[in-house]
Design a protein around this ligand. Structure first.
Ligand code: NAI
Ligand code: MG
Length: 364
């Protein structure tokens, strides 16, 4: 049997810097845990534009469709701000998401105890928090037609349409139930069925899919109440599933419960491929951070935890993912901090590569 394949797209700004640390971790799992990957690396974003004149070449797109998982750093930067919209770095990422049809976006909000003081909420509200938001990513109000700005009488009207088909709701619901089965068998679905027909249909379809998962405790909440509950007592949740718009807001809200952008991983999953693995793209939530790029200051943990998600969701290596997350937890507990995690007096920050090395040492 051939090794599982991984396509690495470091991208721009701090992308290559944090990805270099992930490469060390991947090599460690190969050398010490017998986990060999066929790793290839390619260009995306501004880096691809510089060479090919487009932010994602057709060859790279084809490769992304073939591999078991794609791991991306970040794209964009001031150098590319004045490019035509059609070749902006972000278009490379959007093309990947669209052509791989990645409809299920997983955003964990996890609080490492050592960073609980970092939250804007009280320590006991966030300590030990570990929840996952599943956001529908390819439909809803960001894509629905009609849309546009139109003349109406003597003024203009801006229109966007929230539109969900049953099959679109069903597939993201199913991915959320599958996730709940791997976790604590608890799922909360959020919409606004009180004021939106798309929400009524959402609730109906999620309830129907839930009949296939009798072990999962399913609840429903209006999304505005959900926002309140997420800040009041987030630990009441385990997995949350919601639409594209509410998911955009709620996942950002939940993420910030736990501190720095430099800590946040994500996964975007699509339909199962012939080998049963879902199409998958893993990436940190943060961008290319041009303000600190090239200075060795970037926190590589978001990207490293994105690889941990790949181990868990693409490669069925949950125990190895736990091992990697435990190493991150230990390093943080030992007080190792990149500049973005500094709060305490008298602690001096480590560099990107020192953080990577500390995690490697903790793995050993
Ligand atoms: P950003 O996430 O790049 O940076 C926001 C702030 O967080 C900056 O102060 C940055 O230094 C800090 N930060 C981000 N990641 C960090 C890390 N790993 N370690 C330490 N500090 C970190 O967002 P911003 O500044 O709005 O966008 C910068 C560029 O990135 C733009 O070109 C934007 O379009 C692009 N971008 C790309 C994304 C992607 O590739 N998925 C997502 C968001 C923005
Ligand atoms: Mg957002």
């Amino acid at each position: 049997m051939s090794n599982p394949s991984l396509l690495i797209l470091p991208g721009d700004g701090i992308g290559p810097e944090v990805m270099a640390e992930v490469r060390k971790i991947i090599d460690w799992f190969g050398a010490n845990r017998g986990l060999q990957f066929d790793v290839s690396e390619d260009l995306v974003g501004g880096a691809a534009y510089d060479v090919h004149g487009v932010p994602l070449s057709d060859e790279t797109m084809a490769k992304a469709q073939e591999v078991d998982a794609v791991l991306l750093g970040a794209v964009g930067g001031p150098k590319y701000d004045n490019l035509d919209f059609s070749v902006k770095p972000e278009r490379g990422l959007l093309r990947l998401r669209k052509e791989m049809d990645l409809f299920s976006n997983l955003r964990p909000a996890q609080c490492f105890d050592a960073l609980a003081d970092f939250s804007s909420l009280k320590k006991d509200v966030v300590a030990g928090l570990d929840i996952m938001i599943v956001r529908e990513l390819t439909s809803g109000v960001y894509f629905g037609e009609p849309r546009g700005i139109f003349e109406e009488g003597n003024e203009r009207v801006g229109i966007n349409t929230q539109r969900y088909t049953e099959s679109e709701i069903e597939r993201v619901a199913r991915s959320a139930f599958e996730l709940a089965m791997r976790r604590n068998k608890k799922l909360c679905s959020m919409e606004k069925a009180n004021v939106m027909e798309s929400g009524i249909l959402w609730r109906e379809v999620v309830t129907r899919v839930g009949q296939e998962y009798p072990e999962v405790e399913l609840s429903h909440m209006y999304a505005d109440a959900g926002a309140m509950q997420l800040t009041r007592w987030p630990k009441q949740f385990d997995v949350i599933v919601t639409d594209n718009l509410f998911g955009d807001l709620l996942s950002d809200l939940a993420a910030m419960l736990t501190g720095s952008l430099g800590m946040l991983p994500s996964a975007s999953l699509g339909a199962p491929m012939a080998n049963g693995r879902p199409k998958a793209l893993y990436e940190p939530v943060h961008g290319s951070a041009p303000d600190i790029a090239g200075q060795g200051k970037a926190n590589p943990i978001a990207c490293i935890l994105s690889f941990a998600m790949a181990l868990r969701y693409s490669f069925d290596q949950g125990a190895e993912a736990d091992r990697l997350e435990a190493a991150v937890e230990k390093v943080l507990a030992d007080g190792v901090r990149t500049a973005d995690l500094l709060g305490e007096e008298g602690v001096s920050p480590v560099s990107t590569s020192q953080m990577g090395d500390a995690i490697l040492a903790a793995l050993d």
